[in-house]
Design a protein around this ligand. Structure first.
Ligand SMILES: Cc1cc2nc3c(=O)[nH]c(=O)nc-3n(C[C@H](O)[C@H](O)[C@H](O)COP(=O)(O)O)c2cc1C
Length: 141
């Protein structure tokens, strides 16, 4: 998934997906998610937990759609639902509509597990949102 937007103050991560994708059903039945990021140059892993809302055909979706490039929009004009078993791996003619298949996954972050790898000894910390502030503690890596 491509991370499309962040809002540090609101603790929000945003990505886009196809409404027809099986993961949307999964997210709607269980909103608890974990994200895994690894930055090779910074030697840093983040495990981020939170809860998501799936936005479709609403103000959030319209705003994100209006900001997306023509190139990104092409993904949502594909006729077959993601994951459909098919004899033909080449996608057929694009659908007229695309926005109808477009969904925004917005996650409110509750906790972050930070791991920094280094030869002298790894470092690890946990950050948990506690109502109005982050509570942080070191952890043994
Ligand atoms: C570079 C790259 C970027 C991707 N970006 C997205 C994305 O932004 N949204 C998305 O739904 N899938 C994205 N995918 C595809 C997903 O990894 C995944 O294969 C797809 O969503 C199907 O998942 P599902 O059938 O389990 O729902 C991307 C894949 C790659 C390799």
């Amino acid at each position: 998934m491509v991370l499309r937007a962040t809002d540090a103050k609101e603790r929000v991560l945003v990505c886009h997906t196809d409404l027809r994708s099986p993961k949307v059903q999964g997210l709607r039945s269980n909103a608890a998610v974990a994200w895994l990021f690894y930055d090779q140059e910074r030697k840093t892993q983040l495990r981020v937990k939170g809860r998501v809302d799936v936005h479709h055909d609403d103000e959030v979706a319209r705003m994100r759609w209006s900001k997306s490039t023509e190139n990104s929009r092409q993904c949502y004009h594909v006729a077959k639902s993601p994951g459909t078993v098919t004899e033909d791996p080449v996608m057929g003619p694009p659908l007229e509509q695309g926005f109808e298949n477009f969904a925004v996954v917005k996650c409110r972050v509750d906790s972050i597990d930070w791991l920094y790898l280094q030869h002298e000894g790894h470092m690890r910390a946990r950050f948990e949102w506690q109502g109005d502030r982050w509570k942080s503690t070191w952890l043994a890596p």
